[in-house]
Ligand binder design. Structure first.
Ligand SMILES: NC(=O)c1ccc[n+]([C@@H]2O[C@H](COP(=O)([O-])OP(=O)(O)OC[C@H]3O[C@@H](n4cnc5c(N)ncnc54)[C@H](O)[C@@H]3O)[C@@H](O)[C@H]2O)c1
Length: 395
């Protein structure tokens, strides 16, 4: 008997979650449609970076607490089923409602009465209740709960046990069972009704996205007046607790924040004005940077280099990274654009050494730690993050 089957169990959320449960003594099977990820994880190699997982994965494989498979029939053996498949937007920024219906259709034959089904993906509000009703309509006696993932990517293993867990069941029994399961990870549980829990998760991400937009807008205002935003930020925050946590400027990207702000907007009849304003500011920043750089440098005669193509510092995840938008804008203005990232293997990228040799002007796309000590050889560095010692923050 398996304690937990995780559908999407080799993804950025699913794999660290499975490892954390296995470390806590549960028998876990990760079910994933990606044969490549299943093969990699099953061989003891992490398909992506997440602090502490490289050591833990081989341990729990060896102890028999964790295994991976592409075979969905493994779902049937489990007492608890957790789904963490991706929930992307469609081409028109609408949530894709069919994601979870598809999952029921695909995996229905593998679900069975008596199981606890936990939705862990970030979902459009109401999805959990709809899922419970759909299963009931199909004649299943399955408890359904929503327990959102709130970790920061790259630190999942640490945060799964350090953050409180929001736990919301569609019935008292579902609530009790979900609380019991998550109490092996942390004693800090936050019980909530499913719709409130779905909103809490979307609010967490939208709040963060809007905060980044505030910093980015303030950056652009200061910059337009030739003022160093980071001096203003320092003055705002130093010894002033009410401004604690005020973010740096930078490209607010990645697979979650923008997507979830748009999910919330859609839920609110497309009237999340702050969210839409945040989108305009955050998504407009790469173009702003290029236009400002073009006003100071003769970009048409220059080779530009982008340092850092992932969506955040010291990460190997390039999903929805705004560095690629920066690249497109620069390609319009510059003679040539080179890209480099120490965390990504891409045949179109060049090494740090090559970019430092060939580029006439450098742009920090992601504030990797290595750039704090890189010798930029006197070349202009456009650094809206303030991530390099000598970089230009005013452009
Ligand atoms: N990445 C994060 O840090 C993070 C944090 C909190 C919440 N979330 C949310 O978690 C969800 C998953 O995000 P992610 O970053 O792990 O995505 P991901 O793409 O890394 O992982 C999803 C996995 O699901 C697998 N998959 C897709 N359809 C499947 C199916 N029908 N059966 C089995 N496996 C299937 C994919 O192969 C993939 O390995 C999203 O809703 C996201 O918004 C992500």
């Amino acid at each position: 008997m398996t304690d937990i089957a995780i559908i999407g169990g080799c993804g950025h959320v699913g794999l660290p979650l499975g490892l954390a449960f296995a470390r806590a003594g549960k028998r876990v099977v990760a079910v994933d449609t990606s044969a490549e990820r299943v093969h990699e994880a099953g061989s003891g190699r992490m398909p992506f970076d997440d602090e502490g997982t490289d050591e833990l994965l081989p341990q729990v494989l060896a102890s028999g607490h964790f295994r991976c498979t592409t075979d969905p029939s493994a779902i049937r053996e489990a007492e608890n089923v957790i789904t963490v498949i991706g929930t992307p937007l469609d081409d028109h920024l609408n949530p894709r409602f069919e994601v979870y219906q598809d999952l029921i259709d695909e995996d229905r034959s593998h679900l069975r009465d008596g199981q606890l089904l936990i939705l862990r993906s970030t979902v459009y509000p109401g999805t959990t209740a709809r899922m419970a009703k759909a299963l009931e309509r199909e004649g299943f006696d399955i408890d359904v709960a929503f327990c959102p993932e709130r970790v920061a990517e790259g630190f999942a293993l640490k945060e799964i046990v350090s953050l409180p867990q929001i736990v919301s069941g569609c019935s008292e029994r579902a609530q009790r069972r979900a609380e019991q399961l998550f109490s092996c990870l942390t004693p800090r549980l936050i019980p909530l009704e499913p719709l409130a829990a779905e909103l809490a998760k979307l609010y967490n991400n939208s709040w963060r996205y809007i905060q980044f937009a505030v910093a980015n807008q303030f950056y652009m205002i200061a910059n337009d007046y030739g003022i160093d935003f980071y001096k203003v930020r320092q003055a705002m925050t130093e010894g002033y607790p009410r401004a604690a946590g005020f973010p740096r400027a930078g490209f607010a990207a990645g697979p979650c924040l923008f997507k979830d702000t748009m999910q919330l907007s859609c839920f609110n009849n497309n009237a999340l004005f702050l969210g839409h304003a945040a989108m305009l500011v955050n998504e407009g920043l790469p173009h702003y940077v290029v236009k400002r750089a073009a006003s100071r440098h003769e970009l048409s005669k220059m080779t530009a280099g982008i340092l850092g193509m992932t969506f955040k510092a010291d990460s190997d995840d390039a999903r929805d990274s705004l560095s690629f938008k920066l690249k497109k804008s620069l390609q319009v203005e510059c003679r040539e654009v080179l890209c480099s990232d120490p965390f990504l293997e891409d045949p179109t990228f060049v090494s740090l050494e090559e970019i430092l040799t060939r580029a006439d002007i450098l742009f920090i796309g992601a504030p990797h730690t290595v750039y704090r000590t890189t010798d930029f050889r006197g070349k202009p560095v456009i650094d809206i993050w303030n991530a390099t010692p000598g970089g230009t923050t005013v452009i």
